[in-house]
Design a protein around this ligand. Structure first.
Ligand code: TXA
Ligand code: MG
Length: 302
C-alpha cells in the first residue's frame, strides 16, 4: 500500500477497497477499478482521532460525536485541512473530507502498520451490492487488487452512516450502521440532505443493485421469484426462501442483507421479493439500501 498498490480489507461494516489517500495515483486506481464516477468522493480511514485531526478541522461538537461513536460505523464529513496532504481526487474536489475510524481489528492493524490514511470505498463495482465476505471481493475485483485480506464475515453488514458536520445543523447524508435515533438523541435536530446537487452521491437513486429486479414490501407470492423473509412467518409459495431474520432482529437482518441478495441473484429466478422491514433503527438503513437496489437503473450511478 505504501508503494501505491490497492488492498481490499475487512471493516465491521463492509469490505473496503483501500489505497493510500495521499497518493494521487492510488486513488485514481480505486476509481478505475470500481468504475466509479469521479464526482463521488471516497471515505478516508484512519486509526484514531489524532490521525483524523491532521486531515480535518474538529470543533467541540465533532469531538463530542467522536468520543461517543468512534471507533465504529459512523463517517463524519468535515472541512478538510489545507495541509492534509490528501489527494484532491479522494474528495472529488470538495473542500470537505469524509473520515471514519473503523472498529475492526484487522482494519485497525492495517491502518497502524501502513501509517497512511487509507481511502476505501466499498470493494464492489460501482452501483452493485457491497461485499460482506472476502469471497465477494475476490469474485468481483480479485484480478484488480494486490491482495484481499480475509477477515471473515463483517458483523454490521451495512455501510457506515455518513453525517455532515461541516455546517449547522448536522445533516444525515446516508443512513447506516449508527441509527438516526442514536444520532438524534445525542445531537438534537438533524437535517435531511438538501435537495438539488447530490451532496453524498451514494444517495443517488440506483445503487447496491443485484442483477435481478427487486420487489419490495411483498405481501403475496410469485412462484418464479425468490424471497427474502423477515419475521417468523415467511410468505408461502416462493421458489426459494432465505431469512434475513426469523426472530425479526434488525441487526441480524442488516448483517445478512448483502450476502443474501448475492446468493439469490441467480438467473433461475425471475426476481427477488422482500417482505416489509420496519422503518426504525437499522431498518431505515436496510430500507434505504433496498429502495436503491430496486430503483430504475440509469447505468451511470455512483
Ligand atoms: O462503511 C463504509 O463506509 C465503507 C467501509 C469500507 O468503510 N465505505 C464506504 O465507502 O461505504 P463508499 O465510498 O462506498 O461510500 C462513501 C460515501 C458516499 O456516499 C460518498 O458520496 C460520501 O461517502 N462522501 C464521501 N466524501 C464526501 C464528502 N466530502 N461530502 C459528502 N459526502 C461524501
Ligand atoms: Mg459503496
Amino acid at each position: 500500500m505504501r508503494a501505491g498498490q490497492l488492498v481490499a480489507f475487512p471493516t465491521e461494516t463492509v469490505y473496503g477497497l483501500g489505497g493510500d489517500a495521499t497518493n494521487e495515483r492510488a486513488v485514481a486506481e480505486i476509481f478505475a477499478v470500481k468504475n466509479r464516477p469521479r464526482f463521488n468522493p471516497l471515505i478516508v480511514h484512519v486509526p484514531g482521532l489524532a490521525e483524523a485531526e491532521a486531515l480535518a478541522v474538529f470543533d467541540a461538537r465533532a469531538r463530542r460525536v467522536v468520543a461517543r461513536f468512534w471507533p465504529g460505523p459512523l463517517t463524519l464529513v468535515l472541512q478538510r485541512r489545507g495541509d492534509s496532504g490528501l489527494s484532491l481526487l479522494a474528495s472529488a474536489g470538495l473542500d470537505t473530507v469524509a473520515i471514519r475510524v473503523p472498529a475492526h481489528e484487522v482494519a485497525q492493524a492495517l491502518l497502524r502498520e501502513t501509517g497512511r490514511p487509507l481511502a476505501a470505498p466499498s470493494a464492489n463495482r460501482s452501483g452493485r451490492v457491497s461485499p460482506t465476505e472476502a469471497a465477494h471481493v475476490s469474485g468481483e475485483l480479485g484480478d484488480r487488487v494486490a491482495l484481499v485480506i480475509d477477515g471473515g464475515r463483517t458483523t454490521v453488514g451495512l455501510e457506515s452512516t455518513v453525517l455532515d458536520l461541516s455546517g449547522d445543523p448536522p445533516a444525515l447524508l446516508r443512513p447506516g450502521g449508527v441509527t438516526v435515533e442514536q444520532l438524534t438523541e445525542f445531537l438534537g435536530t438533524i437535517a435531511a440532505p438538501a435537495g438539488g446537487l447530490p451532496k453524498s452521491p451514494g444517495m443517488l437513486p440506483s445503487h447496491y443493485a443485484p442483477s435481478l429486479p427487486l420487489r419490495l414490501e411483498a405481501v403475496e407470492a410469485r412462484p418464479d421469484e425468490a424471497l427474502l423473509a423477515f419475521g417468523p412467518d415467511a410468505l408461502p409459495g416462493f421458489a426459494e426462501v432465505l431469512w434475513l431474520s426469523r426472530s425479526g432482529d434488525l441487526a441480524e437482518a442488516a448483517a445478512n442483507l448483502f450476502a443474501m441478495l448475492r446468493r439469490l441473484d441467480r438467473p433461475t429466478f425471475a426476481g427477488i421479493a422482500v417482505m416489509p422491514i420496519p422503518e426504525r433503527g437499522l431498518g431505515r438503513a436496510i430500507n434505504d439500501r433496498l429502495r436503491r437496489a430496486a430503483a430504475p437503473r440509469s447505468g451511470d450511478e455512483g
